[in-house]
Design a protein around this ligand. Structure first.
Ligand SMILES: Nc1ncnc2c1ncn2[C@@H]1O[C@H](COP(=O)(O)OP(=O)(O)O)[C@@H](O)[C@H]1O
Ligand SMILES: [Mg+2]
Length: 257
């Protein structure tokens, strides 16, 4: 094939990404209903079975695995672009506290030191609360997984007046990312985790969400030392409707080129 220009490569990438989104969406919607059925019937069975029933263990396994499938399907649905997000004025510090509130007791964070450095008087951002929560859940989960129960997770927020942006960093002292993998981590389905441990959608979802908010997300890492993800989000101005997220930002950018 003739050598493609950068622009042509970007176009091919974007087409591939769109095709992936289409397939992901179709698979997720097709699986959602039967999975709901499996979950419901396994619940009904569980209610009927006596504690000493020899089938109890198997039904519990079916139920647990169906739950896992449901989470995978949800991951696919989240990956697919949401056309009608509900934007409101939000305080990033509150969102981070909210997320830590429900992740705090999670087994993943057990043994991990959490440091929060919340910038004072941060301007608000115009955003979709549950989408931004999802970004932090994904980043914190990855950080925790990289530290395997030992290390420090630091979340810091500051306002950059010159940029008119809020800087959020999520740092960990985990295994780090080798240089040759660094530029692939935002690609959909890129994962280094074993079977059943990761789908490789977390960071590509984060990237899509941050972009929808008119922001950027970047990563710095050193193998064996740790990783820092940095998000810059535009601060909302006094007149919130001035912050119109540019139309192009709603479209998922191409992260593979
Ligand atoms: N904090 C981190 N430390 C080390 N590696 C990371 C970190 N975050 C992401 N990665 C790498 O990026 C890959 C993609 O992450 P992600 O998109 O969340 O997918 P998944 O977690 O399902 O593998 C991970 O498999 C891992 O190799
Ligand atoms: Mg992940």
């Amino acid at each position: 094939m003739a050598k493609l220009s950068k622009k042509e490569r970007e176009l091919v990438c974007l087409e591939r990404l769109k095709a992936t989104e289409r397939v992901a969406s179709e698979i997720a919607h097709e699986l959602n209903t039967p999975l709901g059925g499996i979950l419901m019937y396994s619940h009904l069975l569980l209610e009927d079975l006596a504690d000493d029933d020899p089938n109890l263990e198997n039904v519990l396994k079916i139920n647990k695995l169906a739950h896992r499938c449901k989470m995978i399907v949800q991951g696919l649905l989240d990956f697919v672009h949401d056309d009608k997000p509900k934007y409101e004025l939000l305080q990033v510090n509150d969102i981070i506290h909210e997320v830590l509130g429900f992740l705090e007791d999670h087994v993943l964070l057990r043994g991990i030191r959490i440091e929060i450095r919340s910038g004072a008087n941060l301007p608000r951002v115009r955003g979709v609360a549950d989408k931004l929560e999802q970004v932090f859940v994904n980043l914190i989960t990855n950080a925790a997984q990289s530290m395997d129960g030992r290390g420090t997770l630091q979340l810091q927020t500051t306002f950059e007046p010159k940029l008119g942006r809020i800087r959020i960093t999520c740092s960990d002292t985990g295994c780090g990312i080798p240089e040759d993998e660094l530029e692939r981590v935002f690609e959909p389905f890129f994962t280094t985790k074993g079977e059943g441990a990761g789908m490789g959608l977390g960071l590509s979802i984060c990237h899509g969400i941050v972009e929808q908010h008119g922001g950027t997300i970047t990563v710095q890492s050193k193998s064996g030392e740790g990783t820092v993800f940095t998000i810059l989000l535009p601060a909302a101005t006094r007149r919130s409707d001035e912050i119109e997220v540019p139309a192009a930002a709603h479209k998922r950018g191409c992260r593979a080129c």
